[in-house]
Ligand binder design. Structure first.
Ligand SMILES: [Zn+2]
Length: 470
């Protein structure tokens, strides 16, 4: 049987090193790595010459919100749109969240709703559950999710009245996730501190989006992370902190890891690229997310920690609202939608901040972008270029840079926080599940072929193939 695809003369970059070889693909998986100079290469239906570019594993974006309803707002993209944008940006697997629209929706209903919407996906998708309020039916719902490979549940410590879980809920859910061998995802900001800041800013008539960073100061994140780590220590729950933005928050997670606990730190490209000065710009809405951008010293400290290996993953926290939604109530941060489009720009934005800006090795970039998000989230066939893994591949020229123009992006919105910023690390060719979906810059829509990928549990991953060396 001939190969479906052969990428010749590839410089393969995995998290643990480089290899010059030819990469064979058959049946959607990596069928062979053949040393250059190997005689009698297998025949292939299609050959792509990878000379002069880097070949890395397809990105795994563990934090995406597609068709998300939050309060009065619904994010604008569908799974078809979001996964098309993901593929353009070198991401071949996204993990979304089934978040109850409020205490009236059950976690299982929210997850079922998302599983149905995912049918339009162009790349592989997985799902996190979420719990807003504890009751005696929650354990059975979490068990239902775990049986389907939904092995994580997200909790919010803030957003009072919508997605916030109280401390009782957090402790109960953590104990259940230990029982079910799952991961607890946490959006960690201290709600009482934020409510107090909001009240003070309201009194001073400073609730417009240009004051967003003042309503959610760094101390609110740091305080919450310490509280959640204490609850994780008490319950023994593995815990994953989404979008960490401060050096102190990352250090707290690092300390827990040093004590042998399973605690993970994620950050997002926008927190590495922008500081709170953006809220004084002419378009502060383009940067309205929670947590907000931080002071310059914190951004530099965060970049240091990524460079030191103290941050585990980089995710987009992709949330597609357009400027009209963002501007309608930008006079009051309590009334506007927060969240930024980012699934398509995650690769070039992170590559530019870290590899170009900080001199990180491409290997370390691959770890943050693909390998670690796959391993931590139990996607055991993703994130590595090795025989038997899914044929999710990204070929790119690390020297090619161009400015972001949102009109040329594919996300379901009309802006990017990176508009006008020159970024390097754009994919040229993307292979997803063995199909060439971005062919030297030209998108070839594969149709709704994205699979729902069940994930393994945290303890199970001790045997994950992500540990295998090339
Ligand atoms: Zn999020």
């Amino acid at each position: 049987m001939p190969l479906d695809l052969l990428l010749t003369n590839a410089t393969v970059v995995n998290a643990d090193g480089r290899l010059h070889c030819h990469v064979g693909v058959a049946g959607g998986v990596i069928a062979g790595l053949y040393r250059t100079g190997t005689p009698d290469l297998p025949a292939a239906r299609r050959t792509i010459d990878a000379t002069g570019k880097l070949l890395i594993p397809g990105g795994v974006d563990a934090h995406c919100h597609v068709e998300q309803v939050t309060g009065a707002y619904k994010s604008l993209d569908t799974f078809q749109v979001a996964t098309t944008a993901a593929l353009h940006g070198g991401t071949t697997t996204i993990i979304d969240f089934g978040i109850p629209a409020g205490p009236q929706e059950s976690p299982r209903a929210a997850a079922e709703n998302k599983l149905a919407l995912m049918a339009g996906a162009r790349c592989d998708v997985a799902l996190h559950g979420a719990v807003v309020a504890w009751d005696e039916t929650v354990p059975a719902q979490l068990e239902w999710m775990a049986e389907r490979g939904i092995r994580s549940v997200k909790l919010y410590t803030t957003n009072r009245g919508t997605t916030m879980a109280d401390d009782d809920t957090i402790v109960h859910v953590m104990k259940e996730m230990v029982r079910l061998d799952g991961l607890t995802y946490i959006h960690s900001e201290h709600d009482a501190i934020i409510e107090d800041r909001v009240a003070t800013c309201a009194h001073d008539h400073q609730l417009a989006v240009s004051h967003l960073h003042e309503t959610r100061p760094a101390i609110s994140e740091d305080a919450s992370v310490r509280e959640v780590l204490a609850m994780a220590q008490y319950t023994g729950a593995p815990v994953y902190f989404v979008h960490q933005t401060t050096p102190e928050a990352v250090d707290a997670v690092r300390q827990a890891r040093a004590e042998g606990r399973a605690a993970f730190s994620e950050t997002c490209p926008h927190y590495l690229a922008f500081d709170e000065g953006v809220y004084a710009s002419s378009d502060p809405e383009k940067f309205a997310c929670c947590p907000p951008m931080r002071p310059r010293a914190a951004v530099d400290g965060l970049l240091d920690r990524v460079a030191w290996g103290h941050v585990d993953t980089i995710a987009s926290d992709h949330s597609c609202y357009d400027l009209a939604q963002k501007r309608r109530r930008s006079d009051d941060v309590r009334e506007m939608p927060h969240g930024l489009p980012g699934v398509e720009t995650r690769m070039p934005a992170a590559f530019t901040s870290l590899v170009r800006g900080r001199g990180l090795g491409v290997e370390r970039f691959v770890e943050l972008f693909a390998t670690a998000p796959a391993r931590i989230n139990g996607l055991d066939a993703k994130g590595v270029i090795a025989v038997g893994y899914d044929a999710d591949l990204v070929l790119f020229d690390p020297d090619e840079a161009r400015p972001v123009e949102s009109a040329h992006l594919h996300m379901g919105t009309d802006f990017s926080p990176f508009d006008g910023v020159e970024l390097a690390g754009w994919p040229a060719t993307v292979v997803s599940g063995g199909r060439v979906v971005l062919d030297d810059g030209v998108f070839v829509d594969p149709g709704a072929v994205g699979r729902f990928v069940p994930r393994r549990g945290v303890r199970e991953q001790g045997l994950a193939r992500a540990e295998v060396r090339v």
